[in-house]
Ligand binder design. Structure first.
Ligand SMILES: *[C@@H]1O[C@H](CO)[C@@H](O)[C@H](O)[C@H]1NC(C)=O
Ligand SMILES: *[C@@H]1O[C@H](CO)[C@@H](O)[C@H](O)[C@H]1NC(C)=O
Ligand SMILES: *[C@@H]1O[C@H](CO)[C@@H](O)[C@H](O)[C@H]1NC(C)=O
Ligand SMILES: *[C@@H]1O[C@H](CO)[C@@H](O)[C@H](O)[C@H]1NC(C)=O
Ligand SMILES: *[C@@H]1O[C@H](CO)[C@@H](O)[C@H](O)[C@H]1NC(C)=O
Ligand SMILES: *[C@@H]1O[C@H](CO)[C@@H](O)[C@H](O)[C@H]1NC(C)=O
Ligand SMILES: *[C@@H]1O[C@H](CO)[C@@H](O)[C@H](O)[C@H]1NC(C)=O
Ligand SMILES: *[C@@H]1O[C@H](CO)[C@@H](O)[C@H](O)[C@H]1NC(C)=O
Ligand SMILES: *[C@@H]1O[C@H](CO)[C@@H](O)[C@H](O)[C@H]1NC(C)=O
Ligand SMILES: *[C@@H]1O[C@H](CO)[C@@H](O)[C@H](O)[C@H]1NC(C)=O
Ligand SMILES: *[C@@H]1O[C@H](CO)[C@@H](O)[C@H](O)[C@H]1NC(C)=O
Ligand SMILES: *[C@@H]1O[C@H](CO)[C@@H](O)[C@H](O)[C@H]1NC(C)=O
Length: 791
């Protein structure tokens, strides 16, 4: 029985023991939960929640675990925390993991009891208008991973060394406060620290050496303090560093080479310190850099070439230092570059053309340096910025003064003003001193002879750059030598559109979109004094003349091994080419052909009679007449042109194109305007016949009996309009007059030109009846008036 009793009692005792301990546990839990609830009530934060504490886990900003214990307090602005922060009984929340009171106007000090939140991992007291010192009890929060007490402005005193106990801390943000003193050595214990923000405080002293033990550190922001000393070599220990910012401190000394081993760096801000010495070339190893700010330091020496390695770089600020030497052209490798400020250094040389590769560059400031040369044209393409402004001129831009200020030898790419603008055009204001300087350069470069065009004088803008003597002028402003090299990829064959007498012609699109033709002397020829002379000759002549039917010279570059002329690009190429292509020749109808003849006559008349002394082209041929897209004619190629000096013999070497040279030149070697008149006659006939008139002219007897209609270009239908027929007859008559073997009997170009603009004379006989001999004898007009060119 006893055993049965025992058997019956024992389980009873056993059960009650279990029940008791269960109840104790339960009671303890209830009391803990209750004390949490009481603490919440006492805080008064949730006073509007009818104090139904059984519902507290559902209160706004409260989270509990499964046991009903509060783990997170994260009240939004709906909860009026007010100044009751100090009233919270922190020891009532042993399981609280997160306390986020950011942006709540707590005011006052941080209560030291905050150290009782022993389970806390996340504490955010940023922007809480807290003041006073940081309580050392924060060091008890050993579970903390995230601590943010930033933007309280008035938290003062020094950083408590006890923070070094927070060995689990990953992110520490104490920025924008009034913390003073130095960074405690114990910071080195925060082995897991990834983010350290201490910017905008009053921290002094050197960086503690222990800081460089934080090998997990990725973001280090110490800006706007008074931290001093140098950046030590062992900064290289921070091998995970991605953002380093120490702007506006008192760092001195050199940039340690070891800094360049932090290859994960994406942003490096060292502005406003007194760091001296040069920028190590190893900087090129930081190939993840997006921002590189060395502004306002004492850095000297050159910008290292290796900068070109930083292919991700968007922002490069080296302004206000003592950097010297050229702007390394490797900056042009930085295709992602958006902003570049090199202002206020001692940089010299020119702005590298390679900068044009930086397609995203929207701001460039190179003011206050010692730069020279021309601001490359592509800079005009920079948009979306305040520094490089542009005004709405078709394809050209003005450049704001500021970006290039303080470089006394730097001239700008300039453009014409709006035609309607009344005030002094910008380009005149800056061009004037350059023009004055250029007078001397032109003299030096070209040994200008006493020559003057009667009208349309141009003012060449010139710069001298080493042994390069480049001058580019006219309506469209200035172009840098480097622009030309870039536009043709250093005269790549792909851009070559023709090869002529002494050079090849290249088509090039300048950065501002304008297309130009470049006539470049072959290398060998460039070294030949004779070619050199003809090149200079062409420059000299074309720089002085301006006529709507003479190809415009935009400029030239003279260099020992590279000489080229920059012309307006004339789309359709040479008349010779158009005439020799059946399709194009048909497009060149009778009206257009007569217009071409007239245009050439006007251009030659200008050269012979408007220029003093007269200019003889000496090489008028269909190859040297260019046609634009509207098939208008332009006289080109002045390589052999000559100015006629009345006091000299005008003796010459034979020049010109076979088949166009006046017969007398071959034996007298005397050059007069009449040589061009003869060549014009050949050209005019060629245009009407669609081929060189050589065969026709070789047998004067056949000339007599030949009908005009039979020699006209067969690819075109005969003219049907009477007016067109009259024009053809007039052109042919003048052409034949110009072919008179006796130079004296040829008309002057001025007479030919005037004849073309005089009133038309009706034909006395139908076109199909007119013979060439009738043209020679002027028998086809009503009244038979003699042509004035029969002198
Ligand atoms: C508290 O909330 C619960 C659930 O909504 C409800 O059943 C209970 O009556 C409330 N108690 C008080 C005192 O309002
Ligand atoms: C705070 O809470 C703890 C634990 O719940 C309790 O022991 C203590 O008395 C409370 N302090 C105050 C001032 O209420
Ligand atoms: C911190 O600021 C308080 C005023 O908010 C001031 O009384 C105290 O002296 C300051 N402490 C230090 C160390 O500057
Ligand atoms: C403080 O720094 C941390 C880590 O970078 C960041 O998450 C937090 O937003 C910062 N606090 C403020 C107010 O900016
Ligand atoms: C650093 O970070 C890594 C990866 O996040 C982590 O495994 C490690 O524990 C951290 N702490 C130290 C001291 O390396
Ligand atoms: C530089 O830091 C000092 C504090 O050291 C601060 O007073 C000053 O405003 C800062 N300068 C800038 C430009 O932020
Ligand atoms: C530039 O980058 C290349 C490859 O990315 C590297 O081999 C070279 O050392 C770098 N040069 C410098 C000067 O850092
Ligand atoms: C840095 O340059 C400034 C101004 O040029 C000068 O006053 C200062 O002494 C220099 N500091 C160092 C450390 O060279
Ligand atoms: C230039 O900027 C555009 C638009 O911001 C971007 O898509 C492109 O990748 C950039 N180019 C380079 C080379 O970074
Ligand atoms: C470039 O730096 C200079 C000098 O530090 C400064 O005055 C200028 O505003 C800066 N320009 C740009 C575009 O940031
Ligand atoms: C400017 O550069 C020229 C050479 O390009 C040099 O002779 C001159 O001394 C420099 N001026 C200054 C103020 O550095
Ligand atoms: C320039 O700005 C305009 C409008 O402000 C924008 O549409 C355009 O994409 C920008 N271009 C670049 C290259 O940033």
């Amino acid at each position: 029985m006893g055993s049965s009793l025992t058997n019956s009692i024992f389980p009873g005792v056993f059960c009650s023991t279990i029940l008791l301990s269960f109840a104790t546990t339960l009671l303890a839990a209830v009391s803990s939960l209750e004390s949490e609830a009481v603490a919440l009530l006492e805080s008064g934060w949730w006073s509007s929640y009818s104090n139904n504490i059984s519902q507290r886990c559902k209160w706004h900003g409260i989270s509990c675990n499964n046991a009903g214990t509060i783990t997170k307090i994260n009240p939004s602005a709906l909860i009026p925390v007010g100044d009751r922060f100090g009233k919270l009984n922190f020891s009532s929340f042993p399981s609280l993991v997160l306390l986020d009171l950011s942006d709540r106007k707590l005011g006052g000090n941080i209560p030291p009891q905050i150290g009782d939140l022993s389970a806390l991992k996340y504490l955010d007291l940023s922007s809480c208008k807290l003041s006073g010192e940081l309580p050392p009890s924060l060091g008890k929060l050993t579970q903390l991973e995230f601590l943010d007490i930033s933007y309280n402005y008035n938290i003062n005193g020094s950083i408590p060394s006890q923070l070094g106990n927070l060995e689990n801390l990953v992110s520490l943000n104490l920025s924008v406060n009034s913390l003073s003193g130095s960074i405690p050595l114990e910071i080195g214990n925060l082995k897991n620290l990834v983010v350290l923000h201490l910017y905008d405080n009053k921290i002094v002293g050197p960086m503690p050496s222990t800081l460089y033990q934080l090998t997990n550190l990725s973001d280090l922001y110490l800006d706007n303090n008074q931290i001093e000393g140098s950046i030590p070599q062992n900064i290289e220990n921070l091998k995970n560093l991605r953002f380093l910012s120490i702007t506006n401190n008192s760092f001195t000394g050199l940039l340690p080479l070891s800094l360049c081993r932090l290859t994960k760096l994406e942003e490096l801000f060292l502005d406003e310190n007194e760091i001296s010495g040069s920028i190590p070339s190893e900087i090129g190893k930081l190939n993840n850099l997006k921002s590189l700010f060395f502004r306002a330091n004492n850095l000297s020496g050159p910008i290292p070439y290796s900068i070109g390695n930083l292919s991700k770089l968007k922002y490069l600020f080296f302004d206000s230092n003592l950097l010297e030497g050229p702007i390394s052209k490797e900056i042009g490798n930085l295709e992602a570059l958006k902003l570049l400020n090199l202002s206020q250094n001692k940089l010299s040389g020119s702005i590298p053309v390679q900068l044009g590769n930086c397609k995203n560059l929207s701001r460039l400031d190179v003011s206050y340096n010692n730069l020279s040369g021309i601001v490359p044209l592509y800079i005009a393409k920079l948009t979306n910025n305040s520094l490089i402004t542009y005004k709405g001129h078709s394809d050209c831009y003005f450049i704001n003064d500021k970006a290039f200020d303080g470089n006394k030898d730097l001239s700008r790419y300039t453009c014409p003003p709006e035609p309607k603008s009344g005030r002094t055009p910008y380009y005149i204001r800056i061009a004037l001193p350059i023009v004055i300087a250029s007078v001397f350069l032109i003299l030096g470069c070209l040994l200008l002879s006493p020559f003057k065009a009667k009208k349309n004088q141009v003012s060449p803008l010139t710069t001298k750059n080493g042994d390069l003597c480049c001058s580019i002028w006219n309506y469209d402003g200035k172009i840098a030598y480097e622009d030309i090299i870039a536009a043709t990829e250093d005269f790549d064959i792909r851009y070559c559109i023709g090869t002529g007498g002494y050079g090849s012609v290249y088509k090039a699109q300048l950065p501002c979109g304008k297309i130009v033709a470049l006539k470049k002397l072959h290398h060998l020829e460039a070294e030949d004094p004779g070619f050199d002379k003809s090149f200079r000759n062409e420059v000299k002549i074309l720089s002085e003349i301006r006529h709507r039917n003479i190809v415009k010279l935009h400029g030239y570059c003279l260099h020992r091994r590279c000489m080229f002329l920059i012309y307006e690009y004339i789309e359709r190429g040479s008349l010779f080419w158009v005439l020799s292509n059946d399709e194009e020749a048909v497009e060149l109808n009778w009206i257009k052909r007569v217009e071409i003849i007239k245009s050439v006559a006007h251009a030659l008349s200008y050269l012979h009679h408007d220029c003093t002394p007269p200019i003889v082209h000496r090489d008028i041929s269909s190859s040297n007449i260019l046609l634009n897209s509207s098939l208008e004619a332009f006289v080109a190629d002045f390589g052999t042109a000559r100015m006629l000096h009345l006091d000299s013999s005008n003796l010459t070497v034979l020049a010109g194109t076979y088949g166009y040279i006046a017969p007398e030149v071959a034996y007298t070697m005397v050059v007069t305007e009449k040589c061009d008149v003869y060549s014009f006659g050949i050209l005019a006939l060629e245009i009407l016949m669609g081929k060189h008139p050589g065969d026709l002219l070789s047998s004067p007897s056949s000339l007599q009996n030949t009908k005009l209609i039979d020699v006209l270009d067969k690819r075109l239908p005969p003219p049907t309009s009477q007016l067109v027929a009259q024009n053809i007859v007039q052109a042919a008559t003048l052409a034949l007059a110009c072919l008179n073997p006796q130079p004296k009997s040829r008309p002057m170009m001025e007479e030919v030109s005037k004849e073309f603009v005089s009133s038309q004379k009706s034909l006395g006989i139908p076109l199909r009846m007119i013979t060439l001999s009738q043209l020679v004898n002027h028998e086809m007009h009503i009244g038979g008036k003699k042509e004035t060119c029969h002198v």
